[in-house]
Ligand binder design. Sequence first.
Ligand code: HEC
Length: 209
Amino acid sequence: MKKLPSLFFGILVLFGSAWIGVVAYSYNNLSVLEPLPDEETGGTLPPTLPGLAVIGEKVYAANGCVECHSQQVRLAPLTTDIAKELGKRQTVARDYLRRTTAFPGSNRTGQDLSNYGARNDDANAIHKKLYAPRSVVPWSTMPSYSYLYEVRKIQGQPSNESVVGLTGAAAPKPGYEVVPTQKAKALAAYLLSLNQSYALPEAPPPPAQ
Ligand code: HEC
């Protein structure tokens, strides 16, 4: 019983130092981060997301894309993220400032999507991928998000929003078309907005090899 006070003191030190290390130290360092002025555009860095992309961020979170896709380009000599051209520089805390939900991660099945908008500017390519992943990459393990699309009978002219280029089993029956719902359109806008090509003082691009 005599040892009880030292036991409690030990527990206090253990949890206290963990709290200082994980919560207080991080809060102290990260809570002071602010967006920086962007001299080129007169806006800020990181830039604000366009309105539709803000909704798309919620669709991304709700559909569990983070299960397989990180949004964190990791440091150059330790990982091959930059060599694989997933980004030109490491992702840092400031990059997440404008985000309602941040999606960092060191494990992933698909590609890191931090810079997806820098690799692709075609919304139709995104819709094809989400509607029928294997129509784009035959061995893909990515699930289909076809429930974010409506297959409907063409009334008069096909809609100018319908997904084009679907082939094989993914192609709609003759006289039908696949049209993205509002959620799919927002998700595509979000993916197109993902682009960390701007430079931040704490994360300059690595020198060319
Ligand atoms: C079960 C794992 C899994 C889930 C969940 C998943 N994906 Fe994927 N995704 C993959 C894999 C694996 C690839 C790479 C192979 C391929 O292209 O299909 C991929 C590729 C992609 C690509 C192409 C990336 C590039 O750089 O070309 C995009 C875009 C994408 N996924 C978006 C999404 C979105 C948006 C969601 C959520 C709605 C999602 N994925 C959910 C596994 C997944």
